[in-house]
Design a protein around this ligand. Structure first.
Ligand code: NOJ
Length: 734
């Protein structure tokens, strides 16, 4: 995000003409408030429904009589800088008030959660990351940017780039998984996709990287819970994706809800001012998460709202999402001198700079033609990209006896409620999909010409129908069971303490297996599940996540062999939940897990992952050989021979890992450093080369300093974090 000299001068001139109230207005984000129909605050109403005091039906009735307040008066008076609205014509109306009726005519920045696509919904991020396809990451973000901008949204609350290693946390679904290297590449590509297509003023949005920071490390995987960690762990694992996003010019950042080592990120001066704005060079602004400034009182870090607001703004929090605390208290705080004017000016300068960079002053409105174009339906190339993304994100976890792919002559009994529910394909945080765009697995199989009959039998919510199960087992040659989680079982506020298949789905699978018919399992879920029993008993398992609107097409193609699965896990899968958090790149222990008693192990579960990071099978096979490593001036040159040894074409993700064998701080047993994705015809072989900058072999210490330490390194290359060739090399950094 770079501004020209003229643009900078424009911002300074505007700033010099603003009253304090107008400045604070820029720092205030509003969402429509629900009014009428009830006499408790809206938040409490939601709570009443969640804890069962009122039913969903009652909630619906109340909402039908309620109206929305879009804060038009405040916008007109210059007391609102940003809105969160998902309605293009309403956005134009609100912009018109801001631009034509407020004293200085400053447009609104309009934000919304466009996490994995807008109307074109792509796979949830943990799934898309399994493609290891940086080009895809960027293309899907670019399409999301165009669709949201055509909807009057110019600021996407994405990418979510929290490293997450504990699948009890429901929000693992929203981010790119457990690894800082993959997470950083994902972050870069997403920022480029959202921000860099400047072919027209309607083609890009401001990215909002979130949640800053270490939200994914919340204790015990319970959402919003506390986070404690060493500085080196923070720098080596949780900050890299944010650093990468800043290097790519991400315009904004959203602070996380959690505290980090005792200080909530919302008021954490060190994190916001020193690290984010100072060291990592954020050029745009920071926004709080929803209601987070007020929550600082509940956190016990602020005595009251006034105190929370003062702490937040002084810590470097530029915009308040949804509490009105800045609006209510900052004027007085500046007058009393508890908040310096320079702090306010800095925040407003940052916010105005993003608005200028977005072109909002020249182009505040969405043309009606753009709105109508998307209302008509999705263009073919959008549908094609949704399908491609879905195809690349599936991971074949197991395929005993080459049960998959099926052939079109087989009679398929399709089982499981999720298989026939097009409303479930998009997953968590999909806010703008339309049912008519969504393809269920059943519809996908039928459209692909499979001989398929459908039997609901049971689903994640607990139901089980014995008669249907008996019929499904009798009538098909092969059973395809679709099991997993509903979209509401992952995402925000959806932590699970038991990450096995929910409901009676395991019982369902047992009954299907009892029939003696071959059972193919398709998983449709938002987190790595604990699959110990499934991995032991089921012959074929395809991890399909929530793949977005074209899920059904992609799953059908994979089952029938029209697409050869190529995804590799972006997160390790535990055997049992008790292993969480679990990740491949854990620090070496003095007693690595083994069969002997006094090692880092469990008495009742394996010590390592069931399916590790990077794992993923194909309908063909790949052979790695001749790993060579040599040292050039600034880089390691690495070459490996790869051959497709099977009988069909396939795509492989070649993964390069290192280990710093002995260092001044304990280092991970393996760390991903690079990867590439390539397709090989049956029998084709190729030499794959990586050039790994020596400067990337270091790590951050507990002072946050980057260190390159001479010594022995191991280099690994292979098709998963567990299955690699290995070389050793002693390196001296000049
Ligand atoms: C809360 C979530 O944590 C965040 O990810 C989201 O962007 C905001 N609310 C706005 O909806």
């Amino acid at each position: 995000m770079k501004l020209t000299t003229e643009q900078k001068a424009f911002v300074e001139d505007l700033l010099s003409r603003m009253t304090l109230e107008e400045k604070i207005g820029q720092m205030n984000q509003e969402s429509p408030s629900i009014v009428g129909g009830f006499d408790v605050p809206f938040e409490e109403l939601i709570e009443m429904m969640t804890d069962g005091r009122i039913s969903q039906e009652e909630f619906g009735r109340i909402m039908a009589t309620a109206t929305q307040d879009f804060h038009e008066e405040d916008i007109r008076a210059g007391r609102v800088g940003s809105m969160m609205v998902n309605d293009p014509r309403k956005n134009n109306e609100l912009q018109k008030i801001a631009v034509e009726e407020s004293r200085l005519g400053i447009p609104l920045i309009i934000g919304f959660d466009v996490i994995h696509g807008f109307r074109s919904v792509f796979p949830i991020a943990i799934g898309e990351a399994c493609s290891f396809d940086d080009v895809l990451f960027e293309e899907t973000a670019r399409m999301a940017a165009r669709e949201s901008r055509a909807h009057g949204i110019n600021w996407n609350f994405a990418p979510m780039i929290d490293a997450a290693r504990d699948s009890r946390w429901g929000r693992v679904s929203e981010g790119p998984g457990e690894d800082p290297c993959l997470g950083s590449r994902f972050a870069r590509a997403k920022v480029r996709g959202l921000q860099n297509d400047r072919s027209s003023l309607q083609s890009y949005v401001a990215a909002c990287t979130k949640h800053y920071v270490a939200y994914g490390a919340c204790e015990s995987g319970r959402d919003y819970n506390t986070t404690s960690m060493s500085v080196s762990n923070l720098y080596n694992v949780y900050l890299p994706a944010f650093r990468a996003a800043m290097e790519e010019g991400a315009a904004t950042v959203m602070a996380a809800f959690n505290d980090l080592n005792g200080v909530p990120c919302t008021v954490n001066k060190w994190l916001l001012r020193d690290v984010l704005k100072g060291e990592m060079g954020l050029e745009g602004f920071v926004v709080s998460d929803a209601n987070a400034i007020r929550e600082c009182v509940v956190h016990g870090i602020a005595e009251d709202e006034r105190d929370a607001g003062i702490q937040a703004v002084n810590a470097g929090m530029d915009m308040d999402m949804g509490t009105h605390i800045y609006k209510d208290y900052l004027q007085e705080a500046v007058e009393k001198g508890t908040v310096p004017m320079a702090v306010i000016d800095e925040a407003v300068r940052r916010i105005l700079s993003v608005k200028v960079w977005l072109g909002l002053f020249e182009n505040p409105y969405v043309p009606e033609a753009d709105i109508e174009a998307y209302e008509k339906g999705l263009p073919a190339e959008h549908i094609a990209l949704c399908r491609k993304a879905a195809e690349e994100s599936m991971v074949l976890l197991k395929n005993e006896g080459a049960l998959l792919p099926l052939n079109r002559k087989q009679k398929i009994s399709l089982v499981g409620k999720l298989a026939d529910d097009r409303n479930e394909v998009c997953g968590a945080w999909a806010m703008a999909w339309k049912p008519e765009d969504c393809v269920s697995i059943r519809t996908g199989l039928e459209a692909a010409g499979a001989d398929v009959r459908y039997y609901p039998c049971g689903g994640p919510e607990g139901e089980l129908n014995e008669e249907e199960i008996a019929r499904a087992c009798e009538e098909g040659d092969v059973i395809v069971a679709v099991v997993g989680e509903t979209d509401a079982m992952s995402g925000e506020a959806s932590s699970r303490a038991d990450t096995r298949l929910p409901g009676r789905q395991r019982e369902l699978l047992e009954k299907l297996l009892d029939s003696g018919k071959p059972v193919v399992t398709v998983l449709m879920n938002g987190r790595p599940l604990a699959l110990q029993w499934e991995a032991e008993h089921l012959p074929a398992i395809l991890e399909a996540w929530h793949l977005g609107i074209r899920m059904g097409d992609a799953v059908a193609e994979a089952l029938l062999g029209d697409v050869n699965p190529s995804g590799k896990l972006s997160s390790s899968f535990p055997a049992v939940t008790g292993q969480c958090p679990i990740y491949y790149n854990h620090p070496s222990t003095g007693r690595p897990g083994s069969k002997s008693k006094f090692t880092s192990r469990y008495l009742d579960a394996p010590w390592d992952a069931l399916y590790p990071f990077g794992h993923g099978l194909s309908y063909t096979s790949f052979d790695y050989s001749e790993l060579r490593v040599s040292e050039a001036d600034d880089a390691l040159e690495i070459a490996v021979h790869l051959k497709n040894t099977g009988e069909r074409a396939g795509t492989e993700v070649v993964q390069l890992y290192i280990q710093d064998v002995a260092a001044s701080l304990v280092r991970p047993v393996k760390e991903l450093k690079d990867y590439c994705r390539l397709s090989l015809a049956a029998g084709e072989e190729r030499e794959i080369r990586f050039s790994l900058p020596k400067a990337s072999l270091g790590f951050y210490d507990n002072e946050g300093k980057y260190r390159l330490e001479d010594g022995l390194f191991r280099i690994f290359v292979g098709g998963s974090s567990r299955d690699v060739l290995e070389r050793e090399l002693r390196i001296t950094f000049a």
